[in-house]
Each structure stands twice: as structure tokens, then as C-alpha cells.
Design a protein around this ligand. Structure first.
Ligand SMILES: *[C@@H]1O[C@H](CO)[C@@H](O)[C@H](O)[C@H]1NC(C)=O
Ligand SMILES: *[C@@H]1O[C@H](CO)[C@@H](O)[C@H](O)[C@H]1NC(C)=O
Length: 487
């Protein structure tokens, strides 16, 4: 990348400023380096200190180290998303879109968001380079492809053309994405993963309920997806498992599948013991309680609340000591909120919490439990808890055990049955606060390494920079190249 003024050199190379100022050669070298990314992980068939093609990096890009300096090349990015969220009620895909694109705009990129006019109110973000282009959705609630494409074309010929297109799931349909090479799609759930959820639901089905067709229909859905996914140039998988499935089952060439795990705002979700204490006092939780369990999210069947409810009920009944020494805090709303209240005084249903309150909630608990049965995407609540230095307990779904709870050092995984969940809950209770705090520190370390919004935004920025050049960058400008180091 060009270093065209002393000012930009100082900007880019502030840590090694002296070196930069003294010799032109070292200036060039360091400036070159500042745009690089490094892998500290040894790759097979990869000699150390050798450059490698980032598009072929087989693991999560979150493992790479990116320069924290701003990139000198600013992009004009088009985003297609079905609905732009209201920040306090954003689900998985929406939360991801919001966190990522606000972060990219803050880094100086020009973001044009093509979305439906039924989207939520548009809060004035603190960044001015986010532009919204609204269109009337189709009766089924999708983006009207003809309208958004027209809006896109107008923008593409106004000012400068777009450098790259990003679509959250099928925001831009395959019929339009087909011949576009500078395009990436992020999948937050693919049909193949959902089969696992379908199996769990079918196993839990009461015998008097008729068999659901979901399971048999899902396999055909996978086949359909395999056929049309190939019409997107680059694919971002939000979990290691989804990345593997896209390459193996969906047969997308590996240089077109990139794993970038979700990240959450590390400025909001961080350890703060004082805030945790304050939260506990506010809700009158006695310091004597040995275990404070936290549950958060939409309190619906899909998220495993019937399982959690039944398991807690059984445990409170069979083990008085457990009941007397533990308390369960439940944040969120949904039909299961009311039922949880029936479990007695040591279950506190707090209702939905705004993000700052939610951050305090994580600090007040000893362990976060997520009984979700949805095997899709990468759950944000687990990442938020980890960045708050809390151990996590969750269903043994491939996205979770493959990318988040990868070992017992940061938490517990259980099968979606009462016996298994009960065993995990008793285990955490017996392990006690000391052990949980230790696991919380391991969770925090993993969170800071992989799951920050900063890390996610840096990875996407690098992907967009790379594909915007179609891999044809000049040597000094090659955003598709990374370096592996031995330390
Ligand atoms: C956007 O405009 C550029 C420059 O005119 C053109 O090369 C490119 O094909 C356009 N993109 C699309 C998707 O139409
Ligand atoms: C409660 O469970 C623990 C751990 O399994 C066990 O040691 C204890 O005896 C149980 N207490 C009661 C009252 O059942």
C-alpha cells in the first residue's frame, strides 16, 4: 500500500515511527507490514514465515492477528438485508449485521444499506457514512429484488461504483448474485444444521401429537440449497461447523468458503464485579446463595425452555440443598416467562433487559446456561457471557462445541435431555464458585481472542479488501496475503 505522505506514514507506523522516519526502505517494509495479517497458528503443509493466501485459510479468521491501524483503502460497501433491526430487539442475524456494519462505518468505510421500509426506526448512529435505501417488501416480507436492484444500480453509477457487495443470508437472491464476483454472503443457519434441531424436536414430541413433517422436508431443502448456494461467489460461515458443511456437503470450493465467527461489543460486555454486586442487591439475591444461574434470550420452545423448566422443577423437588443454595435469574420475554415464575422464589424472571442492564446481569451470575435447541448460526448470548468472564453451559450442538465451548476449561455441554442437563447443572453446582470463576477466566481469554466485535470487523474488512481486488492486487497492495509467524 502506498505511503504517500509523512503524515500517513506516522499514522500507519506509529509504534515504529522512528524507524519509519529514518529510512525509506524500512518505511516501505513496515507500512507493508501494517496492512498484513498474521497467523500464530501452525498450518499443515505451511512453512513458517511464508506468505499464504488468506482465502484458503482453513480455520476461523478470528484466529488471525490483524493490524489495529486503519486501512488506507476505504471501501464503498453495499449491504442487502431483509430487515434492519431495532438495536434493543435484534435477533442473531440482525445483531450481527448491526454490530458489523456500524463497526465498518466507524472504520471509515461507506456503507449503503438496502433494506425494507418495514424496518425499525433508524436511530441516528454516531457515524455519518451509513446510508439507508428503503423499498417496499414483497407480501411474503422479502426484499423486492427488482426495486433493490434498481436502487443499487443508481448508487453504483452515483459517485464511485461499489467495491464489494455483502448480503446477510438471501437478502440478495441468487438470481441477482449469480455473476457477481465481488460479493460475499453470510449464512446464519443452513438447512443441514437444522436437521439436528428437527431430530431433537421429534424425539421430544409427546406421543399424542402428530409427527411433524419438518424432518422429512428438511432433507429436500438441503438439496435445494446445495444447488443455489453455488451462485454466490464468497461464503462466510459463522461457525467452524457450518464452514465444514459448506465445503463438504454443499461442495463449495474451499477458497470460496471463509469462517468468521460472530463477535459482540467488547465495550458493553466486559467484566465488572461492582456492577454485578449492584445488580444482585437490586434484586435482593442473598450473598449466601452458592450458585447463581443465568438464562437469557427469547423464552420460547425452540430455545429449549421447556427442557430447562422441567429439569429445574425436578431438581428443586428432589434435592432440597440444591434448591436452598441456588437461584436462577431469567432475562428475556416469551411464553415461558410466566411458567418459570411458578417454580418458586428462587427463580427470578426479570423480563427483557436493555444492553447495559444485560451487561450487569452477566456480571451478577456464576454461570450462564443456554438450553437452545436451534442448531443454527452462532449464539450471541454465549459470547456475551464469555466476554463478561463467565463460564457457559449449553446444548451439545456442533456450532457450539466446535467453536465456543471447545473443552471443559470454559464450561459444560449437555445433550438435550433432562438427564443430561440435570447432570451438568449438578456438576456445576458441586464444582462451586471457585472452579466456576477459573473457568470464567478461561472463557474470557477465549472471548477476547476470538469473539470481540473488533476482531470480527477486522476479519470482514480484510475479506472485503481482498475480494474487491479480485485477487489482482499489486504486490505491495495484496490484501489476500497473510504471513505466518512462529511465536
Ligand atoms: C458498478 O459499476 C461499475 C463501473 O461502472 C461496473 O463495472 C460494475 O459492473 C457495476 N456493478 C454492477 C453489479 O452492476
Ligand atoms: C443433592 O445432590 C448432591 C449431589 O448429587 C448430593 O450429594 C446430595 O446428597 C443431594 N441432597 C439431597 C437432599 O438429595
Amino acid at each position: 500500500m502506498a505511503c504517500n505522505s509523512i503524515l500517513s506514514i506516522r499514522f500507519l507506523c506509529n509504534t515504529i515511527y522512528i524507524l519509519c522516519a529514518f529510512s525509506f526502505i524500512s518505511v516501505f517494509y513496515w507500512c507493508h507490514c501494517s496492512g498484513q495479517c498474521y497467523s500464530h497458528y501452525q498450518m499443515r503443509e505451511q512453512t513458517q514465515n511464508q506468505p499464504f493466501d488468506i482465502l484458503r485459510f482453513p480455520s476461523a479468521w478470528n484466529q488471525l492477528t490483524f493490524s489495529s491501524e486503519p486501512t488506507p483503502k476505504l471501501l464503498k460497501i453495499a449491504l442487502f438485508i431483509k430487515k434492519w433491526p431495532d438495536p434493543s430487539h435484534a435477533g442473531g442475524l440482525e445483531r450481527h449485521a448491526l454490530t458489523l456494519h456500524v463497526a465498518l462505518a466507524k472504520r471509515g468505510h461507506e456503507i449503503h444499506i438496502f433494506t425494507s421500509s418495514s424496518s425499525n426506526s433508524f436511530p441516528r448512529y454516531l457515524v455519518s457514512n451509513l446510508y439507508f435505501h428503503l423499498s417496499k417488501p414483497t407480501p411474503a416480507g422479502y426484499l423486492d429484488q427488482a426495486s433493490v436492484w434498481k436502487q443499487f444500480q443508481t448508487q453504483n453509477t452515483t459517485g464511485r461504483p461499489f467495491d464489494v457487495i455483502h448480503t446477510e443470508s438471501v437478502g440478495l437472491r441468487h438470481t441477482r448474485s449469480r455473476y457477481l464476483t465481488k460479493l460475499a454472503v453470510t449464512w446464519h443457519g443452513i438447512a443441514y444444521e437444522t436437521i439436528h434441531s428437527d431430530i431433537i424436536q421429534e424425539l421430544a414430541r409427546p406421543s399424542e401429537e402428530p409427527q411433524a413433517h419438518a424432518l422429512t422436508e428438511r432433507a429436500m431443502k438441503v438439496v435445494e440449497e446445495v444447488k443455489f448456494f453455488t451462485r454466490y461467489a464468497h461464503h462466510v460461515a459463522t461457525s467452524d461447523h457450518a464452514g465444514d458443511v459448506l465445503k463438504r456437503i454443499y461442495m463449495i470450493p474451499e477458497e470460496r468458503v471463509h469462517i468468521i465467527l460472530n463477535g459482540v461489543d467488547e465495550e458493553i460486555f466486559k467484566p465488572n464485579v461492582a456492577k454485578g454486586k449492584e445488580f444482585k442487591q437490586k434484586f435482593g439475591i442473598p450473598a449466601l446463595k452458592l450458585l447463581v444461574l443465568g438464562v437469557a434470550g427469547r423464552l420460547v420452545k425452540d430455545k429449549g425452555h421447556p427442557l430447562m423448566f422441567e429439569t429445574l422443577k425436578e431438581m428443586f423437588k428432589e434435592n432440597i440443598t440444591f434448591r436452598e443454595t441456588s437461584v436462577v435469574l431469567i432475562a428475556g420475554d416469551g411464553p415461558w416467562g410466566v411458567r418459570y415464575r411458578d417454580l418458586g422464589a428462587n427463580v427470578l424472571v426479570l423480563g427483557p433487559l436493555e444492553q447495559p442492564q444485560l451487561a450487569k446481569f452477566y456480571n451478577a451470575i456464576d454461570i450462564f446456561v443456554n438450553p437452545t435447541l436451534r442448531a443454527q448460526g452462532l449464539d450471541h448470548t454465549l459470547l456475551e457471557a464469555m466476554l463478561s468472564a463467565k463460564p457457559v453451559m449449553a446444548t451439545r450442538l456442533a456450532s457450539i462445541t466446535g467453536s465456543v465451548i471447545v473443552g471443559t476449561e470454559m464450561g459444560y455441554a449437555f445433550s438435550p435431555t433432562r438427564t443430561s442437563l440435570k447432570q451438568a447443572l449438578y456438576q456445576a453446582w458441586l464444582d462451586g464458585r471457585g472452579a466456576l470463576e477459573k473457568k470464567g477466566q478461561a472463557a474470557l481469554q477465549r472471548g477476547l481472542d476470538l469473539f470481540t466485535a473488533t476482531k470480527m470487523a477486522a476479519a470482514y474488512e480484510r475479506l472485503f479488501l481482498c475480494i474487491s481486488t479480485d485477487g489482482n492486487g499489486k504486490d505491495s497492495d495484496n490484501y489476500c496475503q497473510c504471513q505466518s509467524t512462529s511465536n
